[in-house]
Design a protein around this ligand. Structure first.
Ligand SMILES: [Zn+2]
Length: 329
C-alpha cells in the first residue's frame, strides 16, 4: 500500500501513540556509572573536561554510590587512582589497593546491594609509565610485553574478585588475558564471577578526558600496539570471537557513538550480552555543546543513549547514568 492509503504520520500524532509503537527503550537498570576512586578522605575533585564527574576518596565514593543506587542505576564500573605508581603497577593487585579497599567498604553497605559492582582490570592507572602492561625498554625503543602483562593482569583480576567485585572487566587488550583471568579466578574459588571483556576497544582520541580522570596518560608512545585500529570492523569480530572462546561471559565495546556500526555487527553475530561504553570524549563533547547552549541537554543526552541501545547494546556504561536515570524515573 502506498500513499494516500498509507500515511506514516498516523502513528506519530500523539505522545500516547508514539509511546505505543516505540521500538527501543532505555531503563536505569541497564545503565552503568563509572567511579574514579582516589586516596585520602573528603576528596571530591571535579575533572575539568567532564562536568559533574569527580575523583572521589572512598568515603565520598560511598555517598556517591548510595545516590546512584537510589536512582535505580544498574551498576558501577570502578577505576582506581593509587597514591603511588611503579614500573609494574603493583598497586593493581595489592590486597589493600584502592579499588580492593573500596570494594570491601561497598560490600558492607546494604544500600548498595542493588548495584552490580564491576571492577575494571588494567595496569595503566597503576604504572609509572601509564601503559596497560609491562614495558620492556631498549634505548629509545620500547615494547609493551604481552605474556608477562597477562600474568599480572590475571593476578589483579583474582585480587579484585577476592575483594568482592561482582564482575571482572579486563580493558587492557593483551592477547590471552581472558583465559588467564578465568583460570586465576577459578583457582581462587571464584568460579561464579563473570568476565565482561572489553573485547573490542579501539585506540581512540575520544579517551582524552578519561586520562585526566584516571591519571593514566602514557608517558611515552601511544596504545596503538594493543588497542584496535579504528578502521577495522572484521578485526573487532575476531577479537570478540577470541574472548568468548577464552571464556568471556559478556563483551564490552568502546567507544560507542563513533562505532555504532561495530556494535550492530556484533549484535547480529553473537548471542552474548553486549555492553557499550559511551566514553569520556563523547560525554565531554556533548557537555561542551550544552555549556554553549548549542544543544538541548536532556534531549541530546537521551538521543545519544538511545542510539547506542538501538545499535544493539544491552547495557551502556555512561557518565550520564545518573542524569538519565533521574529523567527515566
Ligand atoms: Zn589501560
Amino acid at each position: 500500500m502506498s500513499f494516500p492509503v498509507t500515511r506514516m504520520r498516523r502513528l506519530r500524532r500523539t505522545e500516547a501513540l508514539r509511546s505505543l509503537v516505540r521500538e527501543t527503550h532505555l531503563h536505569p537498570g541497564a545503565l552503568i556509572y563509572p567511579l574514579f576512586i582516589c586516596s585520602g578522605e573528603g576528596v571530591r575533585k571535579e575533572i575539568s573536561s567532564m562536568p559533574g564527574i569527580f575523583n572521589l576518596s572512598i568515603d565520598e565514593a560511598v555517598k556517591e554510590a548510595e545516590s546512584v543506587a537510589a536512582l535505580g542505576v544498574g551498576g558501577l564500573l570502578l577505576f582506581g587512582l593509587p597514591a603511588e605508581k611503579d614500573e609494574q603497577g603493583t598497586g593493581a593487585w595489592a590486597d589493600d589497593g584502592i579499588v580492593q579497599t573500596a570494594l570491601k567498604e561497598f560490600k558492607k553497605n546494604r544500600k548498595l546491594d542493588s548495584l552490580v559492582q564491576i571492577a575494571d582490570v588494567c595496569l595503566c592507572e597503576y604504572t609509572s609509565h601509564g601503559h596497560c602492561g609491562v614495558v620492556a625498554r631498549d634505548g629509545d625503543h620500547y615494547e609493551v610485553e604481552n605474556d608477562s602483562s597477562v600474568a599480572l593482569l590475571a593476578k589483579t583480576a583474582a585480587s579484585l574478585a577476592a575483594a568482592g567485585a561482582d564482575i571482572i572487566a579486563p580493558s587492557d587488550m593483551m592477547d590471552g588475558r581472558v583465559a588467564a583471568m578465568r583460570a586465576a579466578l577459578d583457582a581462587g574459588g571464584q568460579q561464579l564471577i563473570p568476565i565482561l571483556s572489553y573485547a573490542s576497544k579501539f585506540a581512540s582520541a575520544f579517551y582524552g578526558p578519561f586520562r585526566e580522570a584516571a591519571d593514566s596518560a602514557p608517558q611515552f608512545g601511544d596504545r596503538r600496539s594493543y588497542q584496535m585500529d579504528g578502521a577495522n570492523l572484521r578485526e573487532a569480530m575476531r577479537e570478540i570471537e577470541q574472548d568468548l572462546a577464552e571464556g568471556a561471559d559478556m563483551v564490552l565495546m568502546k567507544p560507542a557513538m563513533p562505532y555504532l556500526d561495530v556494535i550492530r555487527a556484533a549484535r547480529e553475530r553473537f548471542d552474548v550480552p553486549i555492553g557499550a561504553y559511551q566514553v569520556s570524549g563523547e560525554y565531554a563533547m556533548l557537555h561542551a555543546a550544552f555549556q554553549r547552549g548549542w544543544l538541548e541537554q536532556e534531549r541530546a543526552m537521551m538521543e545519544s543513549l538511545l542510539s547506542i541501545r538501538r545499535a544493539g547494546a544491552d547495557f551502556i556504561v555512561t557518565y550520564f547514568a545518573k542524569d538519565a536515570a533521574a529523567l527515566l524515573g
